[in-house]
Design a protein. Structure first.
Length: 327
């Protein structure tokens, strides 16, 4: 996707210039996993024009393979970000209708070919929100992955500006039996999986653990659940903590103090990539959640949608005190 952002303190309807970045949820995860040492492929469709060329160049510059990137269609999906400041949060305006990707048909992709040799696939709810054809494609992709013994990762990543909770719930319930790694938070499971809301007097971590236990009883195929707790002090100051549930236990990272936030967009994708890296590496749950939260915290310190930090840099950051000089 093409992202166009205002400068801090400038409203979108006042802007005379916009900063350009390229990204998107799955693309951002692929970029991070590439920087973490894995061979990552991005499956999508882009227009055969200079913007499509820029997308391919962006992915290749981060080591992401574009062998399965289809070309055609009318346009590259885009979105506009009115950058938040102080108590005013950022605002996103989408312009994605009839994009090349939203018009992608299942028959355009050779599913067995793209899954051949893969260890894991990752998809988000944003993709499924774009069109019925993409919903059909993702369901077929997950079914085939299960047949081939490939791990399936899914991030609910619900966006109210793209579809309703009811629409998302119908789609998500169809794919739950095929998921091995699930990224979802408390509001996701209450509103889209129809779980009764837990007692709000309970600590947040206890409620989350109860939700994950209940979902796992319904869908024992899910080995890992993950999410973050984010406390918003202001648009440029947040507290972030990671959660990972596996083997009947909830593991939490330390609380990261994000202040100042340079760019929040892509922080969740960096977190997801960190979880996936740890699972692929076979690390203990405590190390996985520490790495993932550190990766997300680092992403908040740079402009753009994707995380440019290497595995070694994330590990070093996770092991040191915040702000300490590395000499």
């Amino acid at each position: 996707m093409l992202r166009l952002s205002t400068q801090q303190g400038v409203r979108l309807n006042q802007a005379g210039q916009l900063a350009v970045h390229y990204g998107g949820a799955e693309a951002n995860v692929a970029v991070s996993l590439s920087h973490f040492g894995y061979q990552a492929y991005f499956v999508s469709k882009i227009p055969a024009n200079p913007l499509g060329e820029a997308v391919e160049r962006h992915l290749n510059s981060h080591g992401v393979k574009t062998d399965f990137l289809k070309k055609g269609g009318q346009r590259l999906g885009s979105y506009y970000v009115e950058t938040g400041v102080g108590e005013r949060s950022a605002q996103v305006t989408y312009d994605r209708k009839n994009s090349s990707f939203s018009d992608l048909k299942a028959e355009e992709i050779e599913i067995e070919k793209i899954l051949s040799g893969a260890s894991l696939i990752h998809v988000t709810g944003i993709t499924m929100a774009l069109s019925p054809s993409l919903q059909k494609f993702v369901l077929q992709l997950f079914q085939k992955a299960k047949e081939m013994g490939i791990k399936v990762s899914f991030d609910f990543n619900y966006r109210a500006k793209l579809w309703t909770q009811q629409e998302a719930a119908l789609v998500f319930k169809q794919i739950m039996p095929f998921i091995n790694i699930c990224f979802c938070g408390e509001l996701d499971v209450v509103h889209m999986l129809d779980l009764p809301q837990a007692d709000i007097m309970l600590p947040a971590e206890e409620r989350l653990k109860m939700y994950y236990q209940t979902i796992q009883e319904q869908f024992p195929n899910i080995e890992y659940f993950s999410s973050t707790f984010r406390t918003v002090i202001s648009a440029s100051s947040n507290h972030l903590q990671g959660n990972l549930y596996t083997g009947g236990k909830l593991y939490q990272s330390k609380v990261h103090m994000l202040d100042p936030i340079i760019d929040r967009i892509g922080g969740g994708d960096s977190f997801a990539a960190g979880i996936l890296w740890g699972i692929l590496e076979g690390l203990p749950a405590r190390q996985i959640i520490s790495f993932a939260a550190a990766a997300s915290a680092l992403k908040h310190t740079v402009y753009g949608d994707c995380n440019p930090f290497s595995r070694e840099e994330v590990l070093q950051f996770a092991a040191t005190e915040t702000g300490e000089i590395n000499r």
